[in-house]
Ligand binder design. Structure first.
Ligand SMILES: [Mg+2]
Length: 200
């Protein structure tokens, strides 16, 4: 099974840090607590006059590197690889990519180990990436192609109306993934293995 896993708000707690940064910058009255986020993307829930602040928070040095892991995500992903699932982290960099791209890799290295960085795919169009399934909080993933993967919705307050398989927490990943393994074979994916050829 080739399993694509999104990073922000699936592995890394993006919305929580947006909220705390908005509060720290003096916008507590209009900051969106993660439990009350009703839109994807988050900027649709902020007034136009705060969009510059929102962009500034996301583009700042240290933002993506500092995101705390979503509860249970790190052990779950390690278990998946150890059990032979070919996990790839499929993530959408922001347009102001300079800090974001490197720090997304740093986050993976810090929490999952250096070898895991070889499992990263950065794209703003996930429909062009092949896979058996994609675990993603985005309720409406669109792009240039018909997706080859099945969307497993990672539960967040803003995607609760979407039908289909849903991962409510990382603690019960087997309940969602194991039934799919009946129809999709495992691939080799030893824990910590490097993906791709060469040492550079
Ligand atoms: Mg996401």
């Amino acid at each position: 099974m080739l399993l694509l896993i999104d990073q922000d708000n699936v592995l890394a707690d993006f919305s929580r840090v947006i909220y705390t940064e908005m509060c720290a910058r003096g916008h507590r009255d209009r900051a969106v607590p993660p439990a009350k986020q009703t839109t994807y993307p988050i900027e649709e829930q902020y007034p136009p006059e705060l969009l510059g602040e929102l962009k500034s928070i996301c583009a700042a040095e240290g933002f993506f590197r500092s995101l705390p892991p979503i509860e249970g995500a790190v052990p779950a992903v390690k278990e998946m690889v150890a059990e032979g699932i070919d996990v790839r982290i499929c993530t959408h960099p922001i347009q102001a990519y300079r800090n974001c791209v490197g720090e997304k890799y740093e986050w993976v290295e810090r929490h999952l180990g250096a070898a895991f960085t070889t499992r990263m795919i950065l794209t703003r169009d996930k429909t062009v990436i092949a896979g058996d399934a994609l675990i993603d909080d985005n309720p409406d993933i669109t792009g240039s192609c018909a997706p080859s993967w099945r969307h497993i919705v990672f539960d967040q307050p803003y995607n609760r109306t979407v039908a289909g398989p849903r991962l409510r927490s990382w603690a019960n990943w087997r309940a969602v993934i194991d039934p799919m393994l009946a129809s999709v074979p495992l691939r080799t994916g030893a824990a910590g293995s490097v993906v791709g050829v060469g040492v550079i």
